[in-house]
Design a binder for this molecule. Structure first.
Ligand code: C5P
Length: 305
């Protein structure tokens, strides 16, 4: 008997803008964010199996990842089985390119690609709306990894609407050897806001996106977009990892239009005018001993290979 396998990919993301409201009762923060999927793809191969197993390989060090039931890819596969009544399992092999704990939604991309892969492998045909519902139960960023492109995320970041982004944007990502924990960075923001209780009044109850940012995306104007990059988690990430400030400064003095910490960090995303500028900035960063990758955006969401 031939063992069947299905491969799917899903993109990492950056947050072009991330506005964070106050802490909610459920431990999440209301956000308003513009996600952009980038051409750094996770690749997930699901193979028929009686059990649920997972393994990780790829260009980044995956040796410390736990592959037990707590892993998001196993939870994703089990959720599809539960929703469809499928009684078998799957072996999930992930080729990781998106940094771990990097603020780029790598784990979320693994989960999104797993949803698509096992749904096709098992022929359960749940369809995108159901897969999107399951995605939201797995994490705030998982629906976006399924969706891809450029999108507005509100609520926990899981309620999406597409945003028109004309043409291609070019980014240089600077990866960090050490990761940051997303809950830690949100907690640091809360602490900082509590310590500066006067400014807390300026924290918008309902975070919103500047319409000028949406216009810059619509017109495909990287220079205009550079004016409106904003991340409310950036100060918290910089407090936890002060060397990120040097990376941002290096990027901005070596050809980037602007730089931003991606999501909860520590990956730094540097926006450049075009592909040539990306190649030359990545070369300068590499020569300075940093781990830089050029990507284009927006990229497509989770799909079969
Ligand atoms: O949903 P996900 O597992 O990706 O979220 C990880 C953690 O990040 C949450 O438990 C929460 O502490 C924090 N978070 C938040 N507000 C959000 C998204 C994430 O506080 N909108």
């Amino acid at each position: 008997m031939v063992t069947r396998s299905v491969t799917a990919t899903a993109p990492g993301k950056i947050n072009v803008c991330l506005r964070v409201g106050p802490l909610r009762d459920d431990g999440y923060h209301d956000v308003a964010t513009i996600y952009q999927a980038v051409s750094l793809l996770e690749e997930v191969t699901a193979t028929e199996s009686a059990d649920f197993t997972a393994s990780f390989s790829g260009p980044i060090d995956t040796s410390h990842l736990t592959v037990d039931e707590s892993n998001l890819v196993i939870r994703a596969a089990r959720a599809v089985a539960a929703a469809s009544g499928y009684t078998g399992g799957a072996d999930i092999q992930v080729v990781k390119r998106v940094p771990i704990a990097g603020g780029m939604g790598g784990g979320s991309a693994d989960a999104a690609a797993t949803l698509v892969a096992v749904d096709a492998l098992w022929g359960t045909n749940l369809g995108m709306p159901t897969l999107a519902e399951i995605a939201a139960t797995l994490g705030a960023d998982v629906p976006f990894a399924l969706h891809g492109g450029t999108a507005l995320g509100v609520g926990r970041g899981d309620v999406l609407s597409p945003v028109l982004a004309k043409s291609t944007f070019h980014w240089v990502l600077v990866l960090n050897e050490v990761g940051l924990s997303t809950p830690d960075v949100f907690r640091q923001l809360d602490r900082h806001r509590a310590e500066h209780s006067i400014e807390i009044e300026t924290v918008a109850i309902e975070p919103a996106i500047d319409p000028n940012l949406l216009q810059a995306l619509r017109s495909g104007d990287a220079k205009a977009l550079a004016e409106y990059l904003r991340n409310d988690l950036q100060a918290a990430a910089l407090q936890l990892m002060p060397n990120l400030g040097e990376t941002l400064e290096f990027g901005e003095t070596h050809g980037a239009l602007a730089g931003i910490v991606s999501g909860s960090g520590p990956t730094v995303a540097l926006l450049v005018a075009d592909e040539d500028s990306a190649v030359s900035l990545a070369a300068s960063l590499t020569a300075d001993g940093r781990n830089a990758i050029s990507v284009s955006a927006p990229a497509l969401g989770a799909r079969l290979d």
